[in-house]
Design a protein around this ligand. Structure first.
Ligand code: ADP
Ligand code: MG
Length: 696
């Protein structure tokens, strides 16, 4: 049997593979290109393309594809074979630099939010050499960016790369000013991925799961998660086999899948990789989600990535662990060992606190989706209010600095460079608060608002951009003063930020209702639904931010806003239609069958002069619920068909009119489910789905 380290990254055109297949001089240049230190040229591209092709053919590949991340949130690919016609009807395998660098997929059917008129349907993909090509299913996958004829981004990857550049530029300026020799700045991201696994047999019997990824009906199961007996429990054999296969696939692709465990809800699990660079981690998380879903099918399981597959049962999120590093080794979120580095750490922290406070709306909207609206604020995930958790120790130190008061003996809050300003922080104390949306966890921030199915590029784009902005402002301020005043100025900046932006720091229980009121008193925003959040994308303050850092241009921003709002409405409308279909064609006919069985029983009982009080009670209850369900289904149909056309109005109609109607309809049907015999109910119920098969 092969050992893991023998096949790890064997399907990746990694540095090791490049070293083997490329002439040394070109390999050295490629390393610089990967690190963004040197631009690509056509001559190198030709040589790399040839080497990549040779390597891919050695892995058994027959095709190649430009792999990209359109605004649908999932990945897209179009395969071309390597073969070209040769003499006498033979074929040769060919792959040129220009095919590697650029491609023109027929892109007219991807969402573009008005960026491309249909007559100008051309879209282009361009190789992203900072990520790695890989072979999967006999195809060479080339990570690419996707853009329109005029160069506007049509994808999720391009803005992320731009934001990493913006952060790098601003950080280089700031830290150079502070006296550091800055060679490079990079981001690190480790996304923890939650998901559900259910038996395929149940999935196949539920139209709602098949079409929308979540259950639109379902009375609570007889047992939920109240015993807390699932979290970290032993993993059943069938799931273990699935995880083994997932790990093997991921390891072959060079993804450091590391931690796996049972989550809080029944049938819920988590997979966490070791963190990697910001751009690569996004590609790898997309691959991870695909592989989880594909592999599940090999085990007669279905992997649900929806944020809320089951009402009343915890939904799934994705924790985005994020930090950034200077000169490849120094984590800028690591509290320093010496006073000067402590000053740098506190400056970084101040910039993040200021950025998160000023751009709460952007962070919130970067995680907004129809699915995630069911989680945020539902006592299982952070609320829709953004706040920062720093841990008691760090909060107390910062407060002392802000107030110029002493905290504990060995901290000199006057920040004299001769003494330590931060005592060693015990990492354990920083991660006790699971209810915070944005928590400092020792040497990174953990952004916990993300839904499980989200492409992580947008939240990371926003994080990088807002920190770039604050770094730039700090650098502007420091540059205005002579070098020997830098320390004093930094301390002044930190103090001012802590005083002005203290409202965003919150250490209490984020799931508590009192926090909602407290946050309102503090003036924090609470954008409960996706449309409410998304309208802020184009606020002048946010627009200026993106323009200043060249992350989005004006039309890209408007396009994104439109696409996301439209996508939200599409999802709600599909859910509403699925509900109406299931009520009219599955649930009500099933109830009628049972009613007819009951009424013939009642007739037979009457003939025998037996009491039919039980049957009468049930049939009356059912009759009442049936007529309410049918009326609500009609109202829902009406609401869907008469919704406005305009993008924003449609989205708000979905959140304010259609969704509440769906909830009412569901409530009535769930009540019906509790009285209709199991054999008549037209789909498997929560107790069956969540507790029947997996444990075998
Ligand atoms: P938990 O949040 O469950 O306590 P860990 O602290 O082990 O788990 O880390 C969770 C994720 O954070 C992992 O993907 C890990 O690789 C990632 N991570 C750890 N350190 C960093 C860092 N400096 N920057 C970004 N991600 C990190
Ligand atoms: Mg975590």
């Amino acid at each position: 049997m092969l050992k893991v380290d023998d096949y790890f990254a064997s399907s990746v055109f990694s540095r090791k593979a490049m070293e083997k297949y490329l002439p040394n001089a070109i390999y050295q240049q490629m390393l610089q290109i990967i690190e963004g230190k040197k631009p690509l040229n056509e001559e190198i591209a030709d040589i790399v393309a040839e080497a990549m092709k040779e390597w891919a053919l050695d892995q058994g590949a027959t095709h190649y594809t430009h792999w990209f991340q359109p605004m649908t949130g999932i990945t897209a690919e179009k395969h071309d074979a390597f073969i070209h016609p040769a003499n006498k009807g033979e074929a040769i395998c060919r792959f040129k630099g220009k095919e590697l660098i650029k491609s023109e997929p027929d892109a007219s059917s991807f969402p573009n939010g008005g960026l491309r008129a249909t007559f100008e349907a051309r879209g282009y993909t361009a190789w992203d050499p900072t990520s790695f090509a890989f072979v999967r299913d006999k195809t060479l996958y080339i990570p690419t960016m996707f853009f329109s004829y005029d160069g506007s981004s049509l994808d999720k990857k391009t803005p992320l790369i731009r934001s990493i550049d913006a952060l790098s530029k601003a950080a280089t300026r700031l830290f150079s000013n502070m006296g550091y020799d800055v060679q490079s700045i990079s981001t690190s991201v480790g996304p923890e991925q939650e998901y559900f696994l259910i038996d395929k047999n149940f999935f196949d019997q539920r139209m709602d799961l098949q079409i929308t990824g979540r259950t639109l009906f379902g009375a609570p199961p007889v047992k939920g998660q109240e015993l807390d007996d699932h979290y970290f429990g032993s993993i059943p054999g069938r799931v273990k086999a699935f995880m083994e296969e997932v790990n093997q696939e991921l390891w072959k692709l060079g993804i450091y899948a590391k931690t796996e465990h049972k989550e809080v809800a029944p049938c819920q699990f988590e997979l966490a990789p070791v963190f990697t660079s910001g751009n690569l981690s996004c590609d790898q998380n997309q691959l991870t989600m695909e592989i989880l879903q594909k592999t599940a099918r090999n085990h007669d399981l279905v992997c649900l990535l929806h944020e809320k597959p089951f009402k009343g049962i915890n939904g799934s999120g994705k924790h985005n662990n994020w930090s950034f590093t200077m000169n490849d080794t120094e984590n800028l979120l690591e509290p320093g060992q010496n006073p000067a580095d402590n000053l740098r750490f506190l400056t970084v922290l101040a910039a993040i606190i200021k950025g998160v406070d000023e751009y709460q709306d952007l962070l919130r909207l970067s995680t907004a989706s129809a699915g995630n609206d069911h989680r945020l604020g539902a006592h299982e995930a952070p609320p829709a209010i953004v706040s920062i958790f720093l841990g008691d120790e760090l909060s107390a130190i910062l407060e002392a600095i802000a107030n110029e008061s002493d905290y504990i003996e060995n901290i000199d809050t006057h920040l004299d460079l001769g003494v330590s300003i931060l005592p060693p922080l015990s990492k354990d104390t920083t991660d006790r608060n699971r209810t915070s949306p944005f928590a400092f966890t020792g040497n990174k921030f953990e952004f916990r608002m993300l839904g499980s199915s989200l492409n992580i590029s947008c939240p990371n784009t926003i994080l990088n951009t807002i920190v770039a902005e604050e770094f730039m402002q700090f650098a502007d301020e420091l540059e205005a003063f002579p070098k020997d005043q830098v320390v004093d100025r930094c301390i002044g900046l930190i103090r001012k930020v802590l005083r002005d932006h203290n409202r965003i720091v919150f250490s209490g229980d984020g799931y508590n209702d009192e926090w909602v009121q407290e946050a309102e008193r503090r003036g924090l925003s609470n954008l409960k639904t996706t449309p409410e959040a998304l309208v802020h994308y184009t606020d002048p303050k946010n627009m200026n931010l993106f323009l200043r850092h060249h992350v989005y241009n004006v039309s890209e921003l408007h396009a994104r806003q439109n696409i996301l709002l439209e996508n939200y409405s599409h999802i709600i409308v599909i859910e509403a239609r699925t509900m109406a279909y299931m009520v009219n064609r599955q649930i009500l006919p099933a109830v009628m069958e049972w009613q007819s069985e009951l009424s013939s029983l009642m007739e037979r009982k009457a003939a025998l002069s037996l009491s039919d009080s039980y049957e009468r009670k049930q049939i009356e209850k059912a009759a009442d619920l049936v007529s309410r369900a049918s009326q609500l289904a009609d109202e829902l149909h009406q609401a869907v068909e008469s919704r406005p056309d305009e993008v924003r109005a449609e989205a708000f109609c979905c959140s304010e009119i259609i969704l509440p109607l769906m909830n009412q309809l569901r409530e009535v049907c769930d009540e019906l489910e509790t009285i209709v015999p199991q054999k008549h109910w037209p789909m498997p119920d929560y107790s069956e789905i969540l507790f029947a098969q997996l444990e075998k």
